[in-house]
Write a protein that binds this ligand. Structure first.
Ligand code: SAH
Length: 254
C-alpha cells in the first residue's frame, strides 16, 4: 500500500511513519509514505498557498493551483501502472462521509490513496470539483487541519495490513471487526492480580480457554447492548448473532 499526502505540515506525518505499530509496518516495508507540500509548488517569493475568500468573510482559503500541482506530482511518482486515475484522491472534510472500520478495510485491501489535508477555512471548491474522488470526515467536530484525520485513516488501515500486528495483538479481537461480529471489544486485565483492592474476573485466571471465550463474547454482547445498540442491530440484521448470543441477550433483559 502506498500512501501519498498533500499537506502544509509534512513533519506531522512522522507520527504515523515512525512511531508504534504504523512505524514498525513502515520500516518493514508493508506500506510507503510520501508527503507533498503545496508550498513547494508556488512560484511567488512569499510561497503563497492561501488567499482571502471571494464574497468576503473571515479566514483564508487554500489556493487550488498549488494543491493541484502537488497532487499531479504525487500521481506522477506513483507511476501510471494500474492507472493513476483509479487511485482515490481523498479530501479530509467535515462535509465528507464519516470514516469507519469498513472504509479502513477497503483502504487496506487496495493500492492506497492520496490524502488532501485542508487548512484555514478549507480549499477552493474548484480543486474539489476537478480532482477529489472522495470526501471523508472523522466526525462531527471541526479541527484546524486535515492532517490528524488523514493520520487516523492511515493508522486504521495500516494496522490491518498482513504482518502489521503480530499474532499476540492481532486485530481479530478488536471492536468493529468481522471476527467479533462488529461488536465492541470485551474488557482487558493484566497484572497485578489485585489492584487497589480490585481483583480480576475469576474466569480469566481459570486457564479454561473455551469458557474464557464464552465470557468474552458475553461481555462484548452486554457492552454493545448498553453502549451501541445500533451495532447490535446491525449484527442481527447481518445474521452474525448465534442462537446462544440471542439467548444471552434475552437473559440480560431480566
Ligand atoms: N470551514 C470548514 C472547516 C475548515 S477546518 C467547515 O466549517 O467545514 C480546516 C480543514 O481541516 C478542513 O479543510 C479539513 O481538511 C480539516 N478538517 C476539519 N475538521 C475535520 C473533520 N471533522 N474531518 C475531516 N477533516 C476535517
Amino acid at each position: 500500500m502506498r500512501i501519498d499526502v498533500v499537506s502544509l505540515f509534512p513533519e506531522m506525518f512522522s507520527v504515523v511513519g515512525d512511531l508504534g505499530v504504523t512505524g514498525r509496518a513502515h520500516r518493514l516495508g508493508l506500506w510507503s509514505l510520501h508527503v507533498w507540500n503545496p508550498r513547494d509548488y508556488t512560484h511567488d517569493i512569499h510561497r503563497t498557498v492561501d488567499d482571502r475568500p471571494y464574497g468576503g468573510g473571515p479566514g483564508m482559503v487554500m489556493l487550488a493551483e498549488p494543491l493541484e500541482a502537488a497532487l499531479d506530482d504525487a500521481l506522477a511518482h506513483r507511476g501510471t501502472r494500474g492507472g493513476s486515475s483509479s487511485i482515490p484522491v481523498i479530501l479530509m472534510s467535515p462535509a465528507g462521509r464519516r470514516f469507519d472500520q469498513t472504509m479502513a478495510e477497503e483502504l487496506a485491501s487496495g493500492p492506497g490513496a492520496v490524502f488532501i489535508c485542508g487548512r484555514y477555512e478549507g480549499v477552493d471548491q474548484r480543486f474539489i470539483d476537478r480532482r477529489v474522488t472522495h470526501e471523508v470526515s472523522l466526525g462531527d467536530f471541526v479541527l484546524s487541519g486535515g492532517e490528524l484525520p488523514a493520520m487516523a485513516c492511515i493508522d486504521a488501515a495500516v494496522r490491518l495490513l498482513p504482518g502489521a500486528l503480530n499474532d499476540r495483538d492481532s486485530a481479530k479481537q478488536d471492536s468493529f471487526n468481522e471476527a467479533t461480529s462488529g461488536l465492541l471489544d470485551s474488557p482487558h486485565y493484566t497484572r497485578p492480580e489485585l489492584y487497589h483492592g480490585l481483583g480480576v474476573p475469576e474466569i480469566l485466571r481459570s486457564g479454561h480457554h473455551a469458557n474464557i471465550a464464552v465470557w468474552r463474547r458475553e461481555q462484548s454482547l452486554a457492552l454493545t447492548a448498553a453502549r451501541r445498540p445500533d451495532l447490535l442491530e446491525k449484527a442481527r440484521r447481518e445474521g452474525r448473532l448465534s442462537k446462544k448470543d440471542e439467548a444471552f441477550l434475552r437473559s440480560l433483559e431480566l
